[in-house]
Design a protein around this ligand. Structure first.
Ligand code: NDP
Length: 463
């Protein structure tokens, strides 16, 4: 087999097949391999016009032989053991300067470990946008050494989504920085989706809107400040009909949402970092609560149904979503900044906002202003930057109205409520943790800091 292909790819599942076709379409010769050989054959057979650029390989040896050295091989297999197993199978076949690029949703600690192992060039690359993004232009968040990124940057930039002509792809930092940023992206995605679902709940159960009216409203919001992919697809999901029953699709979808782990990882990591991301954590918890269907039904039988009729005007609901969204993104960006400090990474937050502008699931018009705001005020919490502080001043009242009305009328809105609590806590100069410190000292003599600056102080209960 001639060693002419520019890049290799292992794992022709949903994402790998789409990414490989995207790479071939952009004019790069690619060699592909899949554990199950039939999938490789099927992929090659379906390649159509792209076939001349694709070399299907049935063994790893064939794949390696098809690549021009120094080689670059993308892994698109499930995160965790499959990545380690694939690396272990591949490395002995490679030269020492051949590059492995993990484009799956790896836990960034695994990526750090794989790079620290030092058994060859390695990049950890987060790819967002689902199958359509991978096929036509994803957002690409890379971590690793600049010299390794430079070897494939032309390919990554060619296949990435473009915003005003600029590729939504960047090397964000060393080690697992790319996979870390992808993880936080997914955490924000959880919060954004959950807040939308909470507003949908108020419309459906509180205001008795049918799915067509819900779709109309989200379509209208998609033309305003909330303009985003998630609002757009919310309208489309609400508008869809189930062909088997002719009912609105939402009526035949079970109200329990799963997760693959990136949201949970974000929540866990934030606890390690002592960085508050309550709206994101609430969204992760809400998915877990959604899975408890039998318990929820038992609760309703015992206590009666929670949601009661409520009237909230549409502009107030829109304002609440605007404020909630800003607060969720603010928490995500603060978390990225905190992790960079902890790991000694120098991730440029405006660049993150820019490469999220197209291609990824949380793409939204607001990210333009976020890139600008984070660039103008380096190190500042997004919620205190002038543009977003102004937005919050205008809309936190709406968020408060919605959370209050929801609570009074039995509608669970955990992400919106957590966003509001974060906003209020982060503008309360004198909090209540003096009581916590007093309690801790009372039962455990942990000592407290006196307002005069002295530490290790005790109350009168100390002997
Ligand atoms: P799929 O399940 O569609 O495909 C998985 C691929 O990996 C298949 O080609 C499968 O081969 C191969 N594979 C599975 N286990 C192993 C193994 N132990 N050794 C070698 N190959 C293996 O997954 P996706 O394409 O959806 O996901 C791939 C990666 O991309 C994951 O990390 C995922 O989290 C990430 N991702 C997915 C997104 C999505 O929207 N689906 C979005 C962004 C990232 P075989 O045919 O033999 O089973």
């Amino acid at each position: 087999m001639a060693d002419t292909s520019r890049i290799g790819l292992i794992g022709l599942g949903t994402m790998g097949a789409a990414l490989a076709a995207n790479i071939a379409e952009k004019g790069f010769d690619i060699a592909v391999f899949n554990r199950t050989t039939q999938k490789t054959r099927d992929f090659a057979k379906a390649a159509g016009d792209l076939a001349p650029r694709i070399t299907p390989c049935e063994t790893l040896e064939e794949l390696v032989a098809a690549l021009a050295p120094p080689r670059a091989i993308i892994l698109m297999v499930p995160a965790g053991d499959p990545v380690d197993d694939q690396i272990a199978a591949l490395r002995p076949l490679l030269d020492e300067d051949d590059l492995i690029i993990d484009c799956g949703n790896a836990n960034f600690h695994d990526t750090n470990r794989r790079m620290a192992a030092g058994d060859g060039p390695f990049l950890g690359v987060g790819v967002s946008g689902g199958e359509a993004g991978a096929r036509h232009g994803p957002s690409i968040m890379a971590g690793g050494a600049p010299a390794h990124w430079d070897r494939v940057a032309d390919i990554m930039e060619a296949i990435a989504a473009k915003h005003e002509g600029a590729p939504c792809a960047a090397l964000l930092g060393p080690e697992g920085a790319g996979h870390f940023v992808k993880m936080v992206h997914n955490g924000i995605e959880y919060a954004d989706m959950q807040m939308i679902a909470e507003i949908y709940g108020l419309l459906r159960d509180g205001m008795r809107l049918d799915t067509g009216a819900v779709a109309d409203l989200f379509e209208a919001w998609d033309r305003g400040p909330l303009d985003s992919y998630l609002i757009e697809i919310t309208a489309k999901v609400a508008r869809a009909t189930d062909p088997a029953t002719d009912k609105p699709l939402l009526e035949v979808i079970v109200d329990a949402a799963g997760q693959k782990g990136t949201g949970r990882w974000t929540a866990i990591e934030s606890q390690h970092l002592l960085t508050p991301i309550p709206a994101i954590e609430a969204a992760v918890v809400a998915r877990n609560v959604s899975g408890r269907r039998a318990e929820r039904a038992a609760g309703e039988a015992l206590f009666g149904p929670a949601p009661q009729p409520v009237e909230i005007d549409h502009a107030t609901l829109e304002g609440a979503l605007i404020a909630g969204k800003v607060l969720a993104y603010a928490q995500g960006f603060v978390m990225i900044a905190a992790t960079c400090e902890a790991h000694g990474w120098d991730v440029d937050l405006p660049t993150v906002a820019r490469i999220w502008r197209e291609g990824c699931i949380i793409r939204s018009a607001m990210l333009d202003d976020m890139a600008q705001a984070l660039g103008d005020a380096p190190g500042e919490n997004l919620m205190r930057t002038p543009h977003f502080a102004d937005l919050l001043k205008r809309h936190h009242g709406a968020l408060r109205q919605v959370v209050a009305q929801a609570a009074l009328h039995g509608h669970p809105v955990p992400a919106l409520a957590s966003g509001l609590a974060y906003f209020d806590a982060m503008r309360t100069a004198r909090g209540t943790a003096n009581m916590i410190q007093g309690q801790r000292d009372f039962f455990g003599l942990h000592g407290f800091e006196h307002v005069n600056g002295k530490t290790g102080q005790h109350g009168p209960w100390a002997g």
